[in-house]
Each structure stands twice: as C-alpha cells, then as structure tokens.
Design a protein around this ligand. Structure first.
Ligand SMILES: Nc1ncnc2c1ncn2[C@@H]1O[C@H](COP(=O)(O)OP(=O)(O)O)[C@@H](O)[C@H]1O
Ligand SMILES: [Mg+2]
Length: 223
C-alpha cells in the first residue's frame, strides 16, 4: 500500500508522522520503504540516524524528486509491502506526482493555524488526482493541538471540513508533545523511546489504525 503524508504547508508534522508510521509499520513485520520527496531530506536524515540504533527494525529510504515520483513509486511499490511517502516542500510537483499513485493521502493540519485557503487548494488537488486515481482516499488529521482540554480544535476542524467533498476529517487528533520532537531527533518512533509517553503512543497508534485498519472513525466520516 502507498501512504502519502503531505500538504503544502511546512512545519505541520509531515515528516514526524511519516517516520513514526514507517516505524510502527516496520514493527508489525512489514517491509517498509520511506520515500522522501522533500529536498530538505529530513526523513532520510531520520532513517540515517536510525541505522546506528540497535534493536529497532531498519527502515530503508530513498529520495525522489519532481515528476519522477510517479514512476518511481510505481516501480518501488512492487518491491515492498508498504511505501510511506513524505511529500513536503512548498512546490507541489512531488505532492501531485505522488497523489496519482497513492492509496491513502493523509494531510496534517496544524492546530490553531487552520487556513481555509490551504484546505481549498488541497481539496482541488485531491479532486484532480481522483480523476486519474479514483481509489485515492484523502483524509485530514490534526497535529500539534494544544494539550489544554478546553481548546476545541477537533470540532473546529470538523466544521471547516464539512464543506469539502474530497478531503474528509479522519477524526484523529495529535497533541503537541515533547515526545514527538525527541523521538524524531533520535531516529525512532515515540513508541521506541526508552520511556515512551503513553499519550503520544496512543495518538500515533490512532493515526496508524485510521490509515491501515479502516477504523470506525474513518468509516463514520465517510457515511
Ligand atoms: N505532535 C507534535 N508535538 C510536538 N512537536 C511536533 C509535533 N509534530 C511535529 N512537531 C515538531 O514540529 C516541527 C515540524 O515538524 P515536521 O514533521 O518537520 O514538519 P513538516 O515535515 O511538515 O515540515 C519539528 O520540530 C517537529 O519535531
Ligand atoms: Mg518535512
């Protein structure tokens, strides 16, 4: 399966979640390739740091740029159980090239920075991609939500996304937690650190379940 974590806004958590998902998937015994299409190369850096760590499954990574993303993903898909594509960057060539060969497209929206313009643009891209790739499933999740319980970022996102036809809210909300920053710097997932933060682990697991197991939430949103 090809999973694309993307969006045109920087700093929303694309690399953080792509790498965490790759690790969780690898720990399930799947043969995972991390495809880094962002010239910043943070996903590849993460995979390189990880090479030095004992006791965690190795995750190979490749860097692919430009329109080649489409053909490369198609070629590589046959050689791995799963491809996790980190599509960062402001330029959307990689994002658009990946969307036409992706099964699940997940877009992190940074909480408290909802920007309807960005969502509208993403909706348009999804609509175009679905014309070529009708099985593309596009979902939004919230990342870096405030840990204060009174902040209702999820319902705010749900309200905004109601108007959109192609981009659907997954129901998944991840909060701003130091555990995500720490794990990223060390080449691991939040579940692989020495003393894992259970809340961060549950959140990343919820995202994983939404993507790979078609949870109730994902279905409910579709109805
Ligand atoms: N849920 C989170 N909690 C805390 N920090 C986060 C979280 N998600 C991302 N970050 C931090 O935010 C910054 C941007 O994240 P990153 O994954 O690099 O974004 P992107 O790939 O979309 O540009 C990084 O410093 C990362 O550690
Ligand atoms: Mg990134």
């Amino acid at each position: 399966m090809v999973i694309l974590i993307g969006g045109e806004k920087g700093g929303t958590g694309k690399t953080t979640l792509a790498t965490n998902l790759a690790a969780l998937r690898s720990n399930e015994g799947r043969d995972v390739l991390l495809v880094d299409t962002d010239k910043q190369g943070s996903a590849s850096d993460w995979a390189a740091v990880r090479e030095e760590i004992e006791g965690v499954p190795r995750i190979p990574s490749v860097q692919v740029f430009g329109k080649q993303v489409t053909s490369q993903v198609q070629d590589l898909e046959a050689r791995y159980d799963d491809l996790i594509v980190d599509a960062g960057g402001r330029d959307s060539v990689e994002l658009r090239s990946a969307m036409v060969v992706t099964d699940r497209f997940y877009v992190p929206l940074q909480a408290s920075q909802f920007d309807v313009w960005t969502i509208e643009r993403m909706e348009e891209l999804v609509e175009q991609a679905q014309a070529i790739n009708p099985s593309l499933q596009a979902r939004v999740f919230i990342n870096r939500a405030s840990p204060h319980p009174q902040v209702r970022e999820a319902s705010e996102a749900e309200e905004i996304l109601e108007e959109f036809e192609h981009l659907v809210f997954s129901g998944v909300v991840l909060h701003d937690r130091i555990a995500f920053r720490r794990a990223a710097g060390n080449g691991v997932a939040v579940t692989e650190t020495e003393s894992p933060d259970p809340k961060a682990c549950n959140e990343v697991q919820a995202l994983y379940d939404a993507i790979f197991e078609q949870t109730e939430t994902a279905h409910a949103q579709e109805a």
